[in-house]
Design a protein around this ligand. Structure first.
Ligand code: NAD
Length: 306
């Protein structure tokens, strides 16, 4: 039996690894070396067959040129941390977890919306500062409010269903016509309509060449003054600097951001504002999704190496 040697270079759900190893270690010996540098991978594991990573690891030409992995599997939905085109040229197959973190990401998006509309961060500060009797700040119900969801795929449509259950008016937008026919109960609107008319705008599109800076200065200028803008997709799908200016100049009410253009060294100016809530790219990362993602990657590996 030919062995398929697997290196796990980033921390992933250990119980999924344990279950996999218990069943398949004869054919798939697993080496765990969480947090190892790319240079160490090149030096030590360059004859391994499979590399398992997370989205925190850049896999560019300098890595791909110096290893002999046949498969690189990333425990994430996005693959923008990997030079996929170059990997393809070199015959390296890329695996990612398509489904496993959509629920977590949609729930996190709702968490940001609720934190903003209920003003939870301020309320928490007031209680800590012994200002329990201070109520002079805005809090809103979600029922009856409108949310425009740009990108109605796995995360966007799940969020759409949650928002509908909360009694919100959901406007959907997607470039794929099949998405519209799959979601016939939803009202699809143009991008401009959504930007001009929604109380809350949430973006859920993938990062690719076409979507680079997709929500541009001109698009941002269409937002209502009291609108809330949420991004849990990828930092580069919006003109981040322009959003920063809008927030600074109070041209929109609030933003909720889980993703940034230059992670982890994000634009620190966001941290100076009190009308944005920031999370550290955790939308898709929960105990449950981590497990599902790792299990999904192992299932795909078994399928491919059958
Ligand atoms: N922050 C996190 O931890 C986290 C977790 C999961 C997913 N994500 C990100 O969220 C985004 C959505 O993920 P998904 O699983 O729903 O992807 P998906 O592929 O299921 O859905 C994306 C949808 O966007 C549509 N789309 C693409 N470009 C568009 C455009 N310009 N205008 C309108 N629609 C467009 C596509 O047709 C598709 O239906 C991705 O960027 C993904 O990387 C982030």
């Amino acid at each position: 039996m030919t062995k398929v040697r697997i290196l796990i270079a980033d921390e992933i759900d250990t119980s999924a690894v344990k279950n996999f190893s218990e069943k398949y270690s004869d054919k798939f010996p697993v080496k765990i070396n969480f947090g190892i540098s790319n240079q160490e991978i090149i030096n030590t594991y360059n004859d391994f067959d499979v590399l398992i990573i997370r989205s925190i690891r850049k896999s560019d030409k300098s890595l791909l040129d110096n290893v002999s992995f046949k498969i690189i599997a990333t425990c994430s939905k996005g693959t923008d941390h990997i030079d996929v085109d170059y990997a393809k040229k070199k015959g390296i197959k890329i695996l990612n977890a398509e489904e496993a973190n959509s629920v977590s990401a949609a729930e996190h998006t709702l968490g940001l919306i609720l934190a903003i509309e209920k003003n939870l961060l301020l309320s928490d500060r007031l209680v800590r500062q012994n200002k329990f009797g201070f109520y002079d700040y805005e809090r809103n119900e979600l029922r009856g409010r409108s949310i425009g969801i740009i990108g109605f795929g796995k995360v966007g449509s799940y969020l759409g269903n949650i928002c509908r259950a909360l009694g919100m008016n959901v406007y959907a937008n997607d470039i794929d016509k099949n998405v519209r026919s799959k979601n016939q109960g939803f009202i699809f609107k143009s991008l401009n309509y959504i930007l001009k008319n929604s109380d809350i705008i949430s973006i859920h599109i993938p990062m690719n060449k076409k979507n680079d800076n997709f929500i541009s200065k001109e698009n941002f200028d269409l937002l209502k003054k009291d609108s809330v803008f949420i991004n849990t997709s990828r930092g580069s799908v919006i003109e981040e600097k322009y959003l920063l200016n809008l927030l600074k100049n109070r041209k929109i009410k609030f933003a909720g951001l889980d993703v940034f253009q230059n992670e982890p060294l994000i634009n620190r100016d966001f941290a100076k504002l009190d009308n944005v809530i920031l999370t550290n790219h955790i939308a898709g990362k929960t105990i449950q999704s981590r497990r599902k993602v790792a299990e999904n990657i192992f299932e795909q590996l078994l399928e491919i190496c059958k």
